[in-house]
Structure formats: C-alpha cells, structure tokens
Design a binder for this molecule. Structure first.
Ligand code: ACO
Length: 335
C-alpha cells in the first residue's frame, strides 16, 4: 500500500448572499431564532441558470491548479452530491467532459452530507492499492434547489457551494491515516425527498403535496448528529493510533453550531482547534467539509504536517470520518 492523501484543494461559492434578514421577509422566522438555534447568519445561493456541475467544475479547476496536476492525469472522478444536474446521467460524467478528463471512471456518490468523506475514503483505497493513480474528489451541492422556500424549518438551514481535492501519492506518514464510514438506514425517513424516485415517481399529486422537496425531522437528526460526531471521531482516531489531544484541527460538517460545539465538548477539543464557517455558508451538504478545509488552508490555520479529523453526518442516515496528516510531506511526495 502506498501512502496516499490530498495533493491540492479548491472551493467555490456563489457571490449572492441570502441573510437571515432576507429570510425574515420570506417566511415566519427571525434572525434571532436562526442565530441562536443554528449559528447561521447568511448562506450563498447560486444563480438560477447554474447547476451543480458548474460549481463542481469551478472548485475542481482550483484543486487541480493547487495540486499542479493536469486533467489528463486524473484516472478516477467521484462527485459526492445529493443535488445532481439530472437524475440521469451522473453529474460526474458531465464534469469529466467539461474538465477535459479523458475516459476515466466517473460516478456520483450519494451519502448526503457525509458524501465528501465517503468519496475521499473510496479514492484513498483506490489510489493506495495501486488500482488508480490520481483521483479527483468533489463535494458539490445546490441545496437551494431542493428546499421548500415556504418551510421555515428547513429553508433557513442550507446553502450552495462546492469543494474539491486531488488525491494521490504522498511521502510516507502523510495523507489519509484512517477512515471510518457507516450507515443506519432505520433513519432513512428523517431526511428525505419523498417523491421523484422509483418509490413515488414525480406527478401532480406529489407536486401539490410538495413531496419533491427535502423533509427533515430536525430534532431526530440533531440527536443522532451529536452522538455520531463524537463516536465516529473516536473510532477514526483509534484506527489511526491517535487521541483527541493529537488533533491540530477538527473539521466537522457545518450543519449547526450547537451540534459542532456539543461534539467538540464531548471530545475535549477547544474552540481554537475547530474550523467553523457555518455562520457564513449554512449547511452546504457534501461541499461543507472541503470548503471548510480550503478556507482553513487560505487562512493559514491548516499547514503541512498538521494532524486533522474531518467528520460528517447526513441523509441515510450516514456518517464518515477521516484522519489525515496534511500535505504531501518531504520533497512534495512522490511524483
Ligand atoms: N424560525 C422560527 N421558528 C422556527 C423555525 C424558524 N426558521 N423553524 C422551526 N421553528 C419553530 C418550530 O415550529 C417549533 O415551534 P413549536 O414549538 O411552536 O412547534 C420551534 O421552532 C422549535 O422547533 P425545533 O425543531 O424543536 O427546534 P430545534 O431546537 O430542534 O432546532 C433545528 C431545529 C435547527 C433544525 C435542529 O433540530 C437541527 O439543527 N437539527 C439537525 C439538522 C441537520 O443537521 N440537518 C442536516 C443533516 S445533513 C444532510 O444530509 C442534509
């Protein structure tokens, strides 16, 4: 097995901001309620004419440039998304063509907000085993397209964006150290779009009932999230032979500040070791962790050699954690 990790990172978010005060004019809510219950102050919304692949491409171009890798070198492309351009074909195939990546394996991965960590795990295994050489992993979601803008219990929570990483060989002891993924389908209905699939094809009845929008039992997801963020972090650290004290930076899925703070408290991770940007972007689903990682690099908080844990939870219900030593290591890793 060869050491494998993240060679480059990029993210892209729309310019248009939707603030809590804007939402006060749309639904029966308040800046005070949203801020105290979620920590979110504003989120970004993609222009109507743009689709998830457009944002996936923007993030991927930055990640490729950051890694110094050309599209022609990519031989595996995974797009984690719950809001693909179409039901068929995959968004990954569209992105592959747009980036000029030659006939690679390209597919979408559906694990809700855990999708980026799931995709990173798959790419890590694929490259470290020698089956593939360089993978492009993208987390991209336009949640604004699937929330009901009349449902105050969901529409205030989400935003749009994309993040991407290039996965390839690193120096020994760098890159991904361990991963831990899981799913508990007994919670499938707590985060669901009831219509538009084979269970209930989209029709006039579904339209009238608003069943083509995302529905969430918020407090069930909340309880699950706090427990699983702690459990998944502890398990991935155990697999990596580390403890919470060894983590330089904790990079949780950005859904709700209360979930992040509760999990961090249980783990004994102080504020200055946690990446939080939920106040500016809301929950961007599969994009949230790569956006948080990308910002941490830009701000100089995440540096070569740092040990980090990225942990997410989402629809499924699913969860995923990855422990990494950031960077390529001495001499920039292997070619
Ligand atoms: N503005 C004002 N009031 C609201 C709003 C709003 N935007 N939304 C709900 N309320 C009301 C409710 O109607 C309820 O009123 P009632 O008591 O009169 O019935 C009251 O506020 C309390 O509602 P709760 O649902 O109990 O509020 P809670 O403290 O649980 O917070 C929240 C709700 C923020 C959704 C929380 O449960 C949460 O964050 N859950 C996790 C969600 C999450 O992380 N989802 C992402 C999963 S990842 C993925 O795959 C997409």
């Amino acid at each position: 097995m060869r050491p494998t990790g993240i060679l480059g990172i990029g993210y892209a978010v729309p310019e248009e901001k939707l603030t809590n005060f804007d939402l006060e004019k749309m639904v029966d809510t308040s800046d005070e309620w949203i801020t105290t219950r979620t920590g979110i102050k504003e989120r970004r919304i993609a222009p109507r004419h743009e689709a998830t692949s457009d944002w996936a491409v923007k993030a991927a171009e930055k990640a490729l440039a950051d890694a110094g890798v050309s599209p022609g070198e990519i031989d595996l492309l995974i797009v984690a998304t719950a809001t693909g351009d179409y039901q068929v074909p995959s968004t990954a195939s569209i992105v592959q063509h747009r980036l000029g990546i030659p006939d690679t394996a390209a597919y979408d991965l559906g694990a809700g907000c855990s999708g980026f960590v799931y995709a990173l795990d798959q790419a890590w295994h694929a490259v470290r085993s020698g089956g593939y050489n360089k993978a492009l992993v993208i987390g991209a979601d336009l949640l604004s397209r699937i929330v009901n803008w009349r449902d105050r219990s969901t529409c205030v929570l989400f935003g749009d964006g994309a993040g991407a990483v290039v996965v390839g060989e690193t120096a020994p002891d760098y890159g991904v150290l361990a991963t831990y993924l899981g799913s508990d389908g007994s919670g499938a209905e707590s985060l669901i779009i009831p219509a538009g699939g084979s269970r209930k094809p989209f029709d006039e009845e579904a339209l009238a009932a608003g069943e083509h929008y995302l529905r969430m039992t918020g407090n069930e997801v909340f309880k699950f999230a706090v427990r699983i963020m702690e459990d998944a972090t502890r398990e991935v650290l155990r697999r990596a032979g580390l403890t919470p004290d060894d983590i330089d930076l904790f990079v949780p899925h950005q859904a709700n500040i209360r979930i992040i703070e509760a999990a961090a408290k249980r783990l004994g991770v102080e504020e200055d070791r946690i990446v939080v940007n939920v106040q500016r972007y809301g929950n961007t689903s599969a994009a949230s962790i790569p956006i948080a990682l990308g910002e941490a690099v830009e701000e100089g908080r995440l540096k070569e050699g740092h040990r980090i844990v990225a942990v997410g939870f989402g629809a499924g219900l699913t969860w995923g954690a990855a422990a990494l030593r950031w960077g390529r290591g001495p001499a920039g890793g292997a070619p």
